[in-house]
Ligand binder design. Structure first.
Ligand code: ATP
Length: 326
């Protein structure tokens, strides 16, 4: 028997496709276990201001295929203060909410961790961000959909790049990490991939392009992660153009199309698994932890680890990307 009859769920930080599938899963798994569910709107702001609505089985019908989040999301400065968190606690107490599932990124988990150090209402996290930059889970919800969006855009750009012998720099999202760039770059056969985790990439790129010229490559697609330390796609394109006047250089910044759209099968299934696992974790009296996917199995990872430890790029993929772009 659970110690509580009611839980809450919220989405926080940047939105990601598959968040709705996770809300649906949390809601239905909780109701299946005899719990009531309150949906908190606008992230932590909603906990402080009391924006909420009850979630029933039918409220979450027909949302598994939708991008964005029906609960809305927000960045909330007040939750970073002890006073703000106390207001959130008072609200949860008033509403007799005995556990909270938060869907978001590392900022969201940092907030949840601090809250659980101060108060006794357990928080469990579900990793939801297109960036895939959270330690302790192989995949975050939204990453796979974002990758599919990137490659369908790059495939189209490739058609025009080869028709005109052009050198295209395509900037993708990923915050400070290169997960989107590396995986999408391999999937679309990019000639080079620039990620924040690897240093001095512009000079390596220049020697690579020199070689390519000798071998008369007709088009080149260079994927640039937005967090690359030598600049975004525009800056890097400018540096390269200085030495390669003969190339017709173009830049595309894919931007927010990467956040939207209907979630992929992989994201829908992951969200369904993780939502279910988050409710199980609350029922098992767990707190201050994230449910993640490790080697295709559910893992419970303390927030302390998920937010402190750094997730490394896959070295095998980095190497493969170099070998295959000869
Ligand atoms: P994304 O990776 O998509 O940016 P995120 O969850 O990391 O998602 P943030 O804006 O960093 O997004 O964090 C979401 C919210 O978590 C913040 O608006 C704030 O309310 C809360 N938060 C972040 N850091 C802290 C902190 N140190 N203490 C308390 N709350 C925090």
């Amino acid at each position: 028997m659970a110690k509580f009859k009611r839980i809450a769920v919220l989405t926080s930080g940047g939105d990601a496709p598959g968040m709705n599938a996770a809300i649906r899963s949390v809601t239905r798994a909780a109701i299946y276990n005899g719990l009531e569910v309150i949906g908190i709107r606008h992230g932590y702001k909603g906990l402080i201001e009391g924006y909420s609505k009850p979630l029933k089985v039918h409220t979450v019908s027909n949302i598994i295929q939708l991008g964005g989040t029906i609960l809305k999301t927000a960045r909330c400065m007040e939750f970073k203060t002890p006073e703000g968190r106390k207001e959130a606690y008072d609200y949860l107490k008033r509403r007799q909410i005995g556990g909270v599932v938060v869907i978001g990124g590392d900022g969201t988990f940092t907030g949840a961790r601090v809250f659980n150090e101060e108060f006794d209402i357990p928080f469990i996290g579900i990793p939801g961000t297109i960036d895939n930059d959270i330690y302790g889970t192989d995949y975050t919800i939204g990453y796979d959909t974002a990758l599919n969006t990137v490659i369908s855009a790059v495939d189209k750009i490739r058609d025009t790049a080869s028709a005109h012998n052009r050198l295209f720099f395509i900037e993708v999202m990923g915050a400070d990490a290169g997960f989107i760039a590396l995986r999408s770059g391999i999937a679309c056969g990019a000639e080079a991939i620039l990620v924040p985790e690897v240093k001095n990439q512009v000079s390596t790129l220049k020697s690579f392009l020199e070689d390519g010229f000798r071998r008369k490559k007709s088009s080149n697609i260079i994927i640039v992660a937005e967090g690359s330390e030598e600049g975004g796609a525009y800056e890097i394109a400018k540096k390269v153009k200085e030495d390669f006047q003969e190339y017709s250089v173009r830049v595309t910044v894919l931007g927010h199309i990467q956040r939207g759209g209907s979630p992929s099968v992989f994201d829908r299934v992951s969200a369904s698994r993780l939502g279910y696992a988050a409710v199980e974790a609350l029922l098992d009296d767990q707190k201050s932890a994230m449910v993640g996917l490790q080697n295709n199995k559910i893992a419970l990872v303390p927030f302390r680890q998920a937010v402190k430890l750094h997730k490394e790029l896959n070295k095998e993929l980095l190497n493969i990307s170099k070998v295959l772009s000869i």
